[in-house]
Design a protein around this ligand. Structure first.
Ligand code: HEC
Ligand code: HEC
Ligand code: HEC
Ligand code: HEC
Ligand code: HEC
Length: 294
């Protein structure tokens, strides 16, 4: 009996690392399969299009991001004690949240693809690298699963939703996904999972858009959430996530008060009094944080 027990214990011990390594994906396709969001487009076509075209939809293949990642790899990691696999913990958790399940070998492969996507002179190789990397952009399940659970511990095959629809979503019947309704998606703390990423540190130590929002906006009477400003409009509009590159949206961010009073000044050279105008310009930042930021 004891022997059987020991055997079971032994089996359990060796199966833990085996299980853990089985969880680690070795190819990009294995990595993205559990977060495949293409089916969401079947029923949420407009949201899909807008989310895909937003900055979130190019969170890794945005050329600015790719170039900075490339420089960080070649001039940072490669020239210091760093290892390319460190990208998994340093840069990729927010730009490509799926990376958390990647093996070290796969993280190295992603790093190589980033360098190829920016530097390779062969345009076919470059295009292929960008195509592969684009599978890692933030997608529906990046927010509605990976970052969407209030306890930071999302369940598999689950859609975290704000609880807006009056109809019960048919996710379970149609493709076997649970729908969990949670207020977390309506809170600024949800956005902070990527737009902050440094716990309770104040903006003096960790100047992020979230710390700026908390210290410069909330404490001065601001009462809107990130979503109330950035996810307005009807269903589909909500997923465009306009920011500083959206001219109309940014126009909302500055209140200009112009006060003009006629006056006189002494013209010293000619020693006479001439008419003049006094401008009193008051600029107020009405966005929810410092500007520009990023
Ligand atoms: C905690 C999450 C997080 C981590 C970790 C992170 N980023 Fe970002 N990054 C963001 C967010 C959110 C934005 C959009 C911010 C904005 O526009 O205010 C961004 C924007 C960027 C941009 C575009 C900036 C611009 O407007 O030109 C670049 C480039 C970038 N990140 C590179 C990196 C690199 C390189 C690393 C690793 C050294 C990294 N990021 C790590 C969340 C993160
Ligand atoms: C950057 C994070 C993010 C991404 C990416 C994202 N969502 Fe959302 N989504 C949210 C948040 C946050 C809410 C809740 C907004 C609120 O209640 O103010 C939401 C709300 C929704 C709603 C409720 C109705 C509505 O429009 O507000 C639907 C449906 C939805 N998302 C579907 C999707 C689909 C489908 C995708 C992929 C194409 C997607 N979302 C991508 C964050 C995201
Ligand atoms: C077979 C059609 C179908 C598919 C596929 C589908 N949905 Fe939905 N979903 C609906 C319907 C119908 C509703 C309820 C009406 C509405 O809000 O659009 C809904 C509602 C939602 C909501 C809002 C629920 C709430 O109460 O806040 C979210 C979030 C959501 N879906 C996300 C997703 C994501 C993410 C995917 C892909 C993984 C997806 N859906 C795939 C049909 C679908
Ligand atoms: C999974 C991580 C993640 C989450 C969650 C997330 N973001 Fe982002 N967001 C990013 C990254 C990364 C970028 C930068 C992409 C780029 O520049 O290519 C970005 C870009 C943006 C931009 C465009 C910035 C610009 O320069 O114009 C806005 C606006 C934005 N996010 C708002 C939000 C809001 C509001 C929420 C919460 C409802 C949210 N994000 C949730 C990661 C995230
Ligand atoms: C009162 C409305 C309001 C609130 C609240 C708000 N924003 Fe903004 N946000 C704006 C406006 C307007 C802009 C464009 C002008 C600017 O850059 O400030 C903007 C710009 C941004 C940008 C692009 C910044 C840049 O300069 O590159 C990001 C990213 C962003 N917001 C994320 C967030 C997040 C995350 C939150 C919550 C922590 C939030 N915002 C809260 C109105 C708001």
């Amino acid at each position: 009996m004891k022997k059987v027990f020991l055997l079971i214990l032994f089996a359990a011990v060796i199966s833990i690392p085996l299980y853990a390594s089985a969880e680690q994906a070795n190819t990009i396709d294995e990595l993205v399969a559990p977060y495949d969001s293409s089916k969401c487009a079947d029923c949420h076509e407009d949201i899909y299009k807008n989310a895909h075209e937003s900055w979130h939809g190019k969170s890794i293949v945005d050329p600015r991001v790719l170039r900075t990642f490339r420089t960080f790899i070649l001039s940072g990691l490669d020239k210091s004690q760093g290892k390319r696999r460190d990208l998994k913990d340093i840069c990729l958790p927010c730009h490509a949240p799926m990376i958390q399940n990647a093996s070290d070998a796969l993280v190295n492969q992603v790093a190589e693809l980033i360098v190829t996507a920016v530097d390779d002179i062969d345009t076919t190789k470059k295009a292929y690298a960008i195509k592969e990397l684009s599978k890692l952009n933030i997608n529906c399940l990046g927010c509605h699963n990976q970052k969407g659970s209030p306890d930071g511990n999302p369940a598999a095959k689950t859609i975290y939703a704000p609880g807006i629809s009056t109809d019960e979503p048919p996710h379970k019947e149609e493709f076997g996904y649970e729908t969990v309704k949670t207020d977390f998606l309506k809170k600024s703390e949800f956005c902070a999972t990527c737009h902050h990423g440094c716990g309770d540190l104040p903006s003096s130590v960790c100047p992020t858009i979230y710390s700026s929002y908390k210290e410069k906006y909330l404490t001065h009477g601001g009462d809107k959430t990130c979503q109330q400003c950035h996810m307005q409009g009807n269903d589909a509009e909500s997923h465009k996530f306009p920011g500083i590159y959206d001219v109309d949206f940014t126009k909302n961010a500055i209140d200009i008060k112009l006060d003009v009073t006629p006056s006189n000044v002494v013209h010293h050279l000619e020693n006479k009094i001439v008419p003049a105008i006094v401008y009193n310009i008051q600029l107020t930042n009405t966005s929810g944080h410092g500007m520009p930021h990023g």
